[in-house]
Write a new protein. Structure first.
Length: 279
């Protein structure tokens, strides 16, 4: 990767640095409609997904320049003095590369590359960015067609959430939704499942092969009443040693991966019949 800048950025008051730093806050991200992706692995995965960032900043050290040398992207690249670079991150010891990415790079259209019908994850009141990032990564791995985030959840473009998702933002369909459109969207889904300690075993009793939505609620308060009214099933994750619950990231991940396992099994059972019927 070559720097396009005539000079190294040496001041924390540089307009580009100030603009990028504003993306560490929700207000700044909402205003700019952009977010930050930090780290060589995260930026590499982003580029591999075909995403072109608006701008890339690299810390001006021999190690960081060497690590990023092979990254070739059609966007401006700026070198930043090592003393200034921490302004681009919310962690004490940032990695040496940060990309500014437009939110429009994250698809909001359902992805049916794995499943032929709806397989939706709803994050309802998930406040911890690490948990939401974990859910996004698990959703990508399970082939979820859409991830819908309620207005009382943490911002999915929060830097900690982006780090925890490890590139999943570019592998899922992601939408932040207000209540009315969300309820309208879910009203078209035949199976809506909520995690609940009094529900059935997650491995039993749910027709996961049908178009379905899994709602993962707040650990403290559970799902919103608007969504509870839509539920067709409640499931629990069996736990040993009197453990009461798992955090939202772990519980939701278990549910979507178990649902994906059962959907794959149902698809493999039905496949010979479908081939025979097509003859």
């Amino acid at each position: 990767m070559r720097s396009d800048g005539p000079e190294i950025i040496t001041s924390i008051h540089n307009p580009g640095i100030r603009q990028a730093r504003s993306l560490l806050r929700r207000k700044g991200r909402s205003g700019e409609r952009a977010f930050l992706v930090e780290g060589v692995r995260a930026v590499t995965d982003m580029l591999a997904a075909g995403i072109v960032p608006a701008l890339i900043y690299i810390r001006d050290t021999p190690v960081d320049r060497a690590l990023s040398h092979d990254l070739e992207v059609p966007c401006p690249v700026r070198l930043v003095k090592a003393e200034v670079f921490p302004r681009l991150s919310d962690v004490p010891h940032p990695q040496g590369i940060v990309a500014v990415v437009p939110m429009s790079a994250v698809t909001t259209e359902p992805r049916f590359d794995v499943w032929r019908d709806d397989f939706i994850l709803v994050a309802d009141g998930v406040r911890d960015p690490g948990n939401l990032g974990t859910l996004l990564r698990s959703a990508a791995g399970a082939g979820v067609t859409e991830v819908l985030v309620t207005p009382n959840s943490v911002d999915p473009y929060n830097p900690k959430c982006v780090r925890a998702a490890m590139g999943a933002h570019f592998l899922v369909s992601l939408r932040q939704m207000t209540w009315e459109p969300l309820v309208e969207r879910l009203s078209t889904i035949s199976v809506i499942v909520i995690a609940d300690a009094g529900g059935e075993d997650v491995a039993d009793g749910v027709a996961w092969r049908e178009p379905c939505a899994i709602i993962v609620g707040s650990e403290a308060f559970g799902p919103n009443d608007r969504l509870r009214d839509l539920a067709t099933a409640y499931v629990r994750i069996p736990l040993a040693r009197n453990l009461e619950s798992l955090n939202a990231g772990v519980a939701g991940s278990h549910m979507v991966l178990e649902a994906a396992r059962q959907r794959r099994r149902a698809a493999s059972v039905n496949e010979p019949f479908e081939r025979h019927r097509a003859r």
